[in-house]
Design a binder for this molecule. Sequence first.
Ligand SMILES: NC(=O)c1ccc[n+]([C@@H]2O[C@H](COP(=O)([O-])OP(=O)(O)OC[C@H]3O[C@@H](n4cnc5c(N)ncnc54)[C@H](O)[C@@H]3O)[C@@H](O)[C@H]2O)c1
Length: 336
Amino acid sequence: MTPTIALIGAAGHGRRHRQHIAELGDRVRLVALGEVQPMFGEALPVYTDHRLLLAEHKPDYVVICTPPHTHLRIALDAVRAGADLLLEKPPVLDLDAHQQLSAALAETGRRCQVGFQALGSPTLPALAALDLGELTHIAVAGAWWRPASYWTRSPWAGRRAVDGALVNPFAHALMQALDIGRVRPPWTLELERFRTRDIEVEDTAALRLTPAEGPVVTVAVTLASTGFIAGDITVTGTRGRAHVVYPQDRLDGVALPGRISLLENLLSGDPLIAPLERTLPFTALAEQIMASPDPVPITGVAVDDGIAIPGIADLVRAAAERHALLTEVGDLPCAS
Ligand SMILES: NC(=O)c1ccc[n+]([C@@H]2O[C@H](COP(=O)([O-])OP(=O)(O)OC[C@H]3O[C@@H](n4cnc5c(N)ncnc54)[C@H](O)[C@@H]3O)[C@@H](O)[C@H]2O)c1
């Protein structure tokens, strides 16, 4: 019998999941949607209460693409209803929630794939096959442009303890860097967070993570840049260095084919690419970031429909090259 799937959180990024499910043809049958917003003209049954959906359809699989603070409740209900999950990133917001979901998975024997699609990148095994020696440093640089509307796109956008450049748009970069270095807590975190606008979280940030064991990870990212850095990860070992551009699956300048789809991997029954356990270091770091002091306001310049920080892409690149924080390589325009 064709396995069944439900999509909870259907009106935002969930539309991409729906498209992907449709592309899988008769390998899986989408039976119901969970969505609290009205879905006019929808042919499938739509439930505002996910528990009713689970009780009535008992789907084999559930994709959860709701705001991050709702993930834990829905995920616990879905695994207890007998479903395997594709749970969007960030899977949960703290280690306590991670433990609760891990325990529920162990109890029920269900599986949870987390939506860190960059973990399905062919660059990861190719990188591991390079002879870089013992890894000493991993540096991430990202400089993107997000207009004002980005921060009003959803009720949770720009909100404390749920959003922010590090834990949301650059979550893939963070996860990738931690995973490449096999970095796990305990660690020492140095963190700086800045905001150019009236939001509760950072749009520009840097961190340096020094683990008890493993390479030092530095990250410098911004969403207020007119210059573009896709998401570059420089991996340095005792015998060499390599560069990954994670959104494009590029390793040392060459785009590698063969990214594995998280949903197909989940449906196949093969070992999961992004099981919850693999994401524990990300959640540990996200918890610390979200519990840190509020971001420091800085001044940018108005550009089109947003605010840009002049020269920030160069600063981000310099921070990555020197394994430094942003303030260690230059001055940011502090708000008066
Ligand atoms: N993997 C990726 O690259 C990627 C990209 C974008 C978003 N995401 C993640 O996907 C998730 C959703 O993000 P988004 O941008 O679509 O957010 P969004 O706010 O635009 O959409 C979330 C949807 O969930 C619905 N919703 C909220 N509470 C619900 C509930 N209890 N039951 C059913 N529906 C509910 C909302 O009405 C909304 O339509 C987040 O975790 C986000 O980080 C991942």
